[in-house]
Design a protein around this ligand. Structure first.
Ligand SMILES: [Zn+2]
Length: 246
């Protein structure tokens, strides 16, 4: 197998690793912005619910206040009427009516107090929610400003990188290309690895001497029996992190 194939594999791996890093950075940027956006949506929904609840409480309060006002007017009339009544039976009946109305009114007043407390609690809650929402909206805007340019740049760099890697990949035979791509995916971006002192530098496994002799002669591409990476004799661009990985 000629040296140019090894060069192509090595170049392809350099480009693919660069693309992979950019894709990771892009995904992280998008995840961060997306996370803040969903948080903002959740806060907005929560605030909308609280506002709805507050409107219901306010409407109930208005109804009860109107009812109480009517009752007060009627109570005034009853008292005036009571002063004019000369018939004891009628006066007694009216007195009972007044007592019942008083009890009803005091229950309405109690409910009104509860509603006022609820309104205050809901208003406080809404204020907090609005402050939180504003803070998150600020984050979203800042993130958008900070990462917008970078996101755009990463997208076009990834696109350019893909075109470049394809032009290299085309030079490889289909089976080798497939093998390279599969191992690149499975082995965290290192598909081609050098043999050093009879060991695979990808996973450190000791290779049988006849295998590395064959690789040294460069006749064909062998895969590491342990990590399946494509073994080459000369060093290729790789990540130091790969050492020791199995
Ligand atoms: Zn290996």
């Amino acid at each position: 197998m000629d040296a140019s194939v090894i060069e192509t594999l090595a170049a392809l791996q350099v480009i693919d690793r660069r693309i992979k890093d950019k894709e990771t950075e892009l995904a992280e940027l998008e995840k961060e912005t997306g996370g803040q956006r969903s948080l903002l949506e959740a806060k907005e929904a929560e605030a909308a619910t609280a506002r709805e609840e507050l409107a219901q409480v306010a409407s109930r309060r208005r109804d009860l206040e109107a009812k109480l006002q009517d009752e007060e007017a009627r109570m005034k009339e009853r008292r005036m009427l009571l002063g004019r009544l000369r018939n004891d039976k009628e006066a007694g009946a009216l007195q009972r009516e007044i007592e019942i109305a008083k009890e009803t009114n005091s229950r309405v007043e109690e409910e009104l107090l509860t509603l006022i407390e609820q309104s205050e609690a809901l208003e406080g809650n809404l204020k907090t929610l609005d402050e939180e929402r504003e803070a998150i909206a600020g984050n979203v805007a800042r993130l958008g400003e900070a990462s917008g340019g970078r996101t755009q740049a990463l997208r076009s760099e990834i696109e350019a990188g893909r075109a470049e890697r394809d032009s290299h990949a085309e030079r490889l035979g289909a089976p080798l290309r497939r093998r390279y791509e599969q191992v690149f995916q499975r082995r965290n971006g290192i598909a081609v690895i050098a043999v050093t002192d009879g060991h695979c530098r990808g996973c450190n496994v000791t290779l049988p001497p006849q295998m590395w002799n064959k690789i040294r002669r460069g006749n064909e591409f062998d895969s590491c029996p342990s990590c399946q990476r494509i073994l080459v004799w000369q060093p290729v661009a790789e990540a130091p992190a790969a050492a020791g990985e199995s």
